[in-house]
Design a protein. Structure first.
Length: 422
């Protein structure tokens, strides 16, 4: 009973996935995307394994390894009447890598990367974070938690192959193993943690893709990946209580165009549509109550969002409330300025996939513009080094006549080493 009262005295009324979602669905899986955010039709280089595996049929025969890391600097800003706060927690490691084998018309590979999430949040305000609400015996407390810490990411291991049926047509297919991590804790600065949750889930997915080469200088790619459903459990570290849960990666269709107007110039255009996260995938028969009764009914595991605060509903589901289709597009250019040096740049855009009232104030899903710049240096005959920098600028989201403002900006610095061993 004592533990239950403690929990009611210091719990976020709706548990949020608050870690920085710096990757969204614009899959920044490698340095090549950082320096040119348009890779859906990549060919002739090993980084095609992340975006257009069918393009691996055009690389020279051999065994390759890929290893790199993304370093992320971000700034989240949330302006709320008597409750503004910011977060600038960097992400030091977001590593990716893989093994690729190419022989004749076929290629086999296994790669590992972070397809979504990858962020960490550490909000602190000694006067209390007003968007967190505590209940004491069902009555709102006057003191809100002064810190909230979380991290969230997916790890995806992809195994598959590609095969050229002819000079103008290649196919690719494979399976993915997906692991979802999410940890969250909050409490009072100088006092300690009052609540902590961990979520672990896993599931399988896959993909199917094609590469069409009508003429030597033009390549057209299509890749489809179905929705990934990872199932696992949420564990309350304070209450020693757990329950089953699930997390999802949306299905997506990626289309790419690669044109080489000159032997030293390559133009790329990409479009990606993510089209399943708009569905409310929870149990629509589970009532969603207003904040005053959420804890009492143990429905506090639901995702935090302004929809839960201002639009209480009964007999419906607030998970993914008012989600939208996600459209992401990019264009870029690569130019070989020296036999050992290639430079590239590109721009991309992604729309917001949540309506303002459904936003999680700790990690809003905002429309953004990305600009990338970088290059590839041939260090030896068998080793290439990629470096890139990307600026992700998000559009500010407002609601309640501008009283609530959500904004974030992200910088990504990336380095990658590609090696041919034989």
């Amino acid at each position: 009973m004592k533990k239950i009262l403690l929990m009611l005295g210091a719990i976020l009324f709706a548990s949020a996935m608050i870690a920085g979602d710096v990757f969204a669905y614009n899959y920044i899986n490698s340095t090549s995307f950082v320096r040119m955010p348009s890779r859906a039709a990549t060919i002739s280089t090993v980084d095609a394994v992340f975006y257009n595996p069918a393009g691996l049929v055009k690389i020279p025969d051999g065994f390759y390894t890929e290893l790199g890391n993304n370093f992320i600097v971000k700034n989240y800003s949330h302006k709320f009447l008597a409750g503004s706060y910011t977060d600038s927690t960097p992400v030091l490691f977001s590593m990716f890598g893989g093994f690729i084998y190419k022989s004749g018309k076929g290629s086999l590979f296994i790669v590992n990367y972070v397809p979504e999430g990858g962020g960490m949040s550490d909000y602190r305000n000694k006067f209390g974070i007003q968007t967190l609400e505590l209940l004491q015996g069902g009555v709102a407390s006057l003191t809100s938690p002064s810190y909230v810490h979380a991290y969230r990411f997916w790890v995806q291991i992809a195994m598959g192959g590609a095969y050229a049926l002819s000079d103008s047509f290649a196919v690719t297919a494979g399976l993915t193993s997906n692991i979802y991590y999410y940890d969250q804790s909050f409490g009072y600065i100088g006092t300690g943690c009052v609540a902590k949750e961990t979520t672990r889930a896993d599931g399988f997915g896959g993909w199917l893709g094609f590469l069409i080469t009508p003429v030597k200088q033009v390549n057209f790619s299509i890749k489809y990946a179905p929705e990934v459903i990872a199932r696992g459990k949420i564990t309350d570290k304070k209450m020693h209580y757990s329950q089953i849960t699930e997390a999802r990666l949306p299905a997506y269709l990626a289309i790419g165009l690669n044109v080489k107007p000159h032997e030293k110039v390559e133009l790329q255009a990409s479009y990606q549509l993510s089209f399943t996260q708009q569905k409310a995938y929870g149990n629509s028969k589970q009532p969603a109550f207003d904040p005053a009764t959420v804890l009492v009914t143990r429905a506090w595991e639901y995702e935090f969002g302004y929809a839960a605060q201002y639009v209480p509903t009964t007999g419906s589901n607030i998970v993914d409330y008012k989600g939208k289709l996600t459209h992401a597009a990019g264009v870029g250019v690569e130019v070989r300025v020296h036999e050992k040096i290639l430079v590239s740049c590109g721009v991309g855009y992604e729309n917001a996939w949540l309506h303002p009232r459904a936003q999680n104030p700790f990690d809003p899903k905002l429309a953004s513009v990305v600009v990338g710049l970088g290059g590839r240096f041939k260090a030896t005959d068998k080793m290439d080094v990629d470096i890139g920098i990307l600026k992700n600028t998000y559009f500010e989201d407002k609601m309640l006549f501008g009283l609530i403002k959500m904004k974030k900006n992200v910088w990504v610095f990336s380095i990658d080493l590609s090696t041919k061993w034989m």
